[in-house]
Design a protein around this ligand. Sequence first.
Ligand SMILES: NC(=O)c1ccc[n+]([C@@H]2O[C@H](COP(=O)([O-])OP(=O)(O)OC[C@H]3O[C@@H](n4cnc5c(N)ncnc54)[C@H](O)[C@@H]3O)[C@@H](O)[C@H]2O)c1
Ligand SMILES: [Zn+2]
Length: 289
Amino acid sequence: MIRIVTTSLCHTDMFTLSGADPEGLFPAVFGHEAVGIIEELGAGVTSVKPGDHVMPLYTPEDPNCPYIKSGKSNLCQTIRKTQGQGVMPNGTSRFSYKGKMIHHYMSTSTFAEYTVLPEIAVAKISNEAPLAKASVMGCAIPTGMGAVRNTAKVEPGATVAVCGLGAVGMAVIQGAKMQGASRIIGVDTNPNKFALAKSLGAHACINPIEFSQPTQDVIVEMTNGGVDYSFECTVIGVAGAGEEIATPLSVGYRPRLAQVAYLDAVSCPAWSTSGSAVTLTSIPTSPTT
Ligand SMILES: NC(=O)c1ccc[n+]([C@@H]2O[C@H](COP(=O)([O-])OP(=O)(O)OC[C@H]3O[C@@H](n4cnc5c(N)ncnc54)[C@H](O)[C@@H]3O)[C@@H](O)[C@H]2O)c1
Ligand SMILES: [Zn+2]
């Protein structure tokens, strides 16, 4: 059992709350991006102890899972089935209200003062990590950085466009900067995001609302032909099993040598039952990764 100290709001919580998530179960305790402190241990738990600072993992890494052992994927399947059913691995829930069962969400349910997780879904973190802000390491940062570094494998000198400058988009910018991207262009309909984006590494930011032509055309003009990589980080949510999704921003976007990274990066994969990726197919000329 973990006492949650800080939890942040990922747009995926909003997406599920909207009712559009094919895996959404109600009622549920939402939240999956958090840090906390171990309060009590269940029988047989050995990897953490009370007082340890920990991060809930919505995609755990069971060392005995064949997917993890393969080294080719971290889409651990050990608790995936019951996670999708909104319950603990033994099929029960730890939440109820007036005697009625409430589902777990992403097996983390961090919008609670206390939550219960399977041992493999808990990562011990340094006690030095600032608990007030480390929660974004639970989803947004590994998703954005992982998309850049592990999925797209952006190389030094590459040019990058980032659509959506929320927590994931900001992490993409940081990842692109760390990879040595030569030009990073941020795109958002909210110009209040631009200052932070630039402080993290964006060279320019554009607001689609300010242009009469499609955003992709603006970027093509800005870059003399298009960017090498584009990342979709707006509010389209996550793909259901086998589902492909696209956004108005990405439709018709034809960047030179385009590659679209999954939002569910290798380091922080999607939580859909099949482990299916968020594939943007609306870039006809691009090999999707
Ligand atoms: N592993 C995963 O697959 C994974 C993990 C985290 C988040 N996500 C998904 O990533 C997306 C981003 O999540 P977040 O938490 O960073 O969201 P967020 O709400 O923090 O940020 C979204 C940003 O997109 C901008 N935006 C919205 N519509 C736009 C448009 N039409 N054009 C340009 N900008 C637009 C908003 O102004 C905002 O700045 C969500 O769809 C979320 O579900 C997926
Ligand atoms: Zn998330």
